[in-house]
Design a protein around this ligand. Structure first.
Ligand code: G4P
Length: 279
């Protein structure tokens, strides 16, 4: 799914988040490991102040491992507990329980001092659209989890998923909005397919992808398409159109079709694991 944002959406998402955040102890913030900068909204720091927080670097299966390590270190230095996960396969999810305990130490201690025993940590998943929030909730909560209904004192209609004795998760994730003021953010989110391709048209986006691979991951385009890599991006797109037989009537090259192939391959990881940003 890609997403179209209007100011009204942002206001609504923010209002909802402000309401929900009152109910929880811990924010589980999902970030796309391919674009850890573009897929965050720093306003969460303000919205979630005084809450424990962990950052999940999601979709690590698609990201460049060496850059993921750098990003992990960067966020840890900022004071966050970080876990690298692939929500689709479930890899890394086992480490989350420990991270939750670690990041909620203060709350657990506080409860103890006040004589409150075994009050579960209440958590909420947040992130921009398409970052993998639903996938994560489904695979982490799994089938074993039981949904708990409305509880006294809790906002009507809120569903909690009880994961175990020490953790409850709000079943609807908090939606953060991307920071569109930054053009690079829009470009990166469009490249990975998280927002509509209307920032640039698909041909321009595909050229950005070709440019990026040719300079950052030389050899990957040659390996995938058998083309000669060069700084002439349009020329590379023509070569791809030719080898993939993207033709309009009258044998004219169909650049739009070739661009779609490049974008699909890029988004599905067929061009190799990549990360668009450095900390
Ligand atoms: P959201 O709730 O934050 O909006 O995101 P959602 O879970 O809908 O996930 C968006 C897309 O990202 C889905 O793909 C999902 O399968 C994929 N995804 C989520 N986590 C991971 C991950 O760790 N690795 C990979 N490779 N993909 C992940 P889709 O194309 O929309 O659906 P589908 O083709 O998987 O059915």
């Amino acid at each position: 799914m890609n997403y179209q944002w209007y100011p009204g959406h942002m206001t609504k998402a923010k209002r909802q988040m402000m309401e929900d955040i009152k109910l929880i102890d811990l924010v589980i913030e999902l970030v796309d490991a391919r674009v850890p900068y573009a897929s965050r909204n720093p306003e969460i720091n303000d919205l979630a102040r005084n809450k424990a927080r962990i950052i999940l670097l999601n979709k690590v299966d698609l990201a460049d491992e060496s850059k993921t390590v750098k990003w992990q270190k960067y966020f840890e230095e900022e004071g966050f507990t970080v876990v690298k996960v692939n929500s689709k396969s479930g890899a890394g999810l086992k480490l989350i329980q420990g991270a939750i305990q670690e990041s909620c130490k203060a709350k657990i201690e506080r409860d103890k001092r006040r004589g409150i025993k075994n009050r579960p940590v209440r958590a909420m998943v947040v992130g921009i659209p398409n970052v993998g929030k639903s996938t994560f909730i489904n695979s982490y909560a799994g089938k074993a989890a039981t949904k708990t209904g409305n509880k006294p004192g809790v906002t009507k209609g809120k569903q909690w998923i009880r994961l175990n004795r020490s953790l409850e998760l709000l079943d609807t994730p908090g939606i953060l909005w991307p920071k569109f003021e930054d053009q690079k953010v829009g470009l990166h989110l469009a490249m990975i397919g998280s927002i509509k391709d209307d920032i640039l048209n698909t041909e321009e986006l595909a050229l950005e992808v070709l440019m990026f691979f040719q300079s950052e991951y030389p050899g990957n385009l040659k390996k995938r398409y058998g083309i000669e890599e060069s700084k002439k991006w349009v020329d590379m797109l023509s070569q791809i159109a030719r080898v993939r037989q993207c033709l309009k009537k009258g044998e004219e090259l169909d650049y739009v079709k070739a661009a779609d192939i490049v974008l699909d391959d890029f988004r599905n990881g067929n061009l190799g694991r990549l990360t668009l940003e450095e900390p």
